[in-house]
Design a protein around this ligand. Structure first.
Ligand code: CMC
Length: 392
């Protein structure tokens, strides 16, 4: 036992080396391949950021055009996949369906997939990137009983997602550029975040050489929890529960009470003990979307007031609890009309490129080692086995 360091939750243990994402939580810095997240969110789109995460450099114009074409070629899912959906209850949580159908992709890409071959790995990345929006929108359409919408490849990645979510065969969805850009920013800001629980899960699963589509399903399962990707959904549920501005002090008091397990959802972060740089971008986008849609709804009033109070309250300042990216992304998604139960699915869609970038990185020489943590055993010492009738 003395040989092992006890580090529950990996608070101070690096599990791998990586060149993808750098985070300095104390100073609120997040870089992807050296580029500040705010610059990427301002100047690039999600597919450019995806290329950067996957391949290490921003694409040239030609590489970017080719990459977009390649992704577009793979947006359809196999027709058999659409039958999978019908095995689920209509009222299933979309994340439960997403875990199932993304894992099911493994059945379509397994026998012919050789993960020791770099080209196959690149194709896997493209397939996942292309098909995740299709699967995510199918989860939603299935839950409301509408027909699945085929992807429209003349649209942007985010525009196509909105089309598959909201168009019907009888009525097109006119994509609003402000909302399309907001969705794209949400995708960019969720694309990667180094060794969070879901990425570590994907790496752990992949370290045994498992099918990458199945590994992504494992990541989706891990992301689902309210302490991770489920926070944006939990945040909206909390805002709905608060209901009106006059009830905020009651919830602030609960959050501060050490004897009350209640936490303000969408606040705090394990790594950022300063303002999350993603939340800064998301905050601005959130205000742009609310202005564009001119929504007058008590939920948004509660959110803005909660933000104001939390940022000026001594408890939150002392505990370095700032609104995190999920606080704002939940509000934006709600304003756009994405149902709350789909929020974590959208996070999964966006994070897929991060997961698969880490998966690709594991194939670099020296990086592939099966993950096998040890433990500090605190159970019974050795004892004799007594027959049941002699056992006390
Ligand atoms: N509301 C009230 N108090 C809080 C909160 C909160 N949201 N978060 C942490 N604290 C307090 C906590 O009670 C503790 O206080 P004390 O030291 O007085 O006992 C202190 O802050 C440290 O908390 P911790 O649990 O040790 O911190 P952690 O780094 O383990 O937890 C966290 C990080 C994100 C799980 C936590 O802040 C939390 O539960 N936040 C709400 C859920 C949430 O928004 N999650 C999304 C995270 S961002 C998306 C992602 O990357 O997945």
């Amino acid at each position: 036992n003395k040989l092992f360091t006890f580090d529950p939750g990996f608070m101070s243990t690096a599990s791998c080396v990586s060149e993808i994402t750098y985070i300095d939580g104390d100073n609120g810095i997040l870089l992807h391949r050296g580029y500040p997240i705010a610059d990427l969110a301002k100047h690039a789109d999600y597919l450019e950021v995806s290329y950067l995460l996957l391949f290490g450099e921003r694409p040239t114009l030609e590489q970017y055009t080719d990459f977009i074409q390649l992704v577009k070629r793979h947006t359809l899912v196999h027709e058999q996949i659409s039958r999978f959906f019908h095995g689920f209850r209509r009222d299933s949580h979309p994340m439960a369906i997403m875990c199932g159908v993304s894992g099911a992709l493994a059945a379509f890409y397994h026998d012919s997939l050789d993960i020791s071959d770099e080209e196959h790995r690149d194709m896997t990345a493209v397939r996942l990137l292309a098909k995740m929006p299709t699967l995510a929108a199918m989860c939603y359409k299935y839950s409301i009983g509408q027909p699945f919408m085929f992807p429209q490849n003349h649209l942007s990645y985010s525009g196509n997602f909105l089309h598959m979510m909201f168009a019907t065969p009888c009525e097109p969805y006119i994509v609003n550029p402000v909302l399309e850009r907001a969705i794209d920013k949400i995708f960019i800001l969720h694309a990667d975040h180094e060794q969070n629980a879901s990425t570590s899960t994907v790496r752990t699963a992949a370290s045994s050489g498992a099918n990458p589509f199945a590994c992504i399903a494992a990541g989706i399962a891990s992301l689902w929890g309210p302490a991770h990707g489920g926070a944006n959904e939990a945040c909206i549920n909390m805002l709905e529960e608060i209901g009106t501005v006059d009830r905020i002090p009651e919830y602030i008091a609960k959050a501060k009470d050490r004897n009350d397990p209640f936490r303000l959802m969408g606040f705090g972060h394990r790594v950022y003990k300063n303002y999350d740089p993603r939340a800064k971008v998301m905050r601005q986008t959130c205000h742009e979307v609310l202005k564009e849609l001119n929504i007058d709804h008590p939920l948004f009033e509660v959110a803005m007031e909660l933000e104001r109070i939390a940022l000026s309250d001594q408890y939150f300042i002392d505990h370095k609890l700032y609104p995190n990216v999920d606080f704002y992304s939940g509000i934006i998604l709600k304003a756009i009309g994405i149902p709350t139960s789909m929020f974590t699915v959208m996070f999964a869609l966006a994070r897929t490129v991060g997961w698969i970038s880490h998966w690709r990185e594991m194939f670099k020489p020296g990086n592939m080692k099966i993950v096998r943590p040890r433990q500090l055993y605190i159970g019974q010492t050795e004892r004799p086995f007594m027959p049941m009738d002699k056992k006390k």
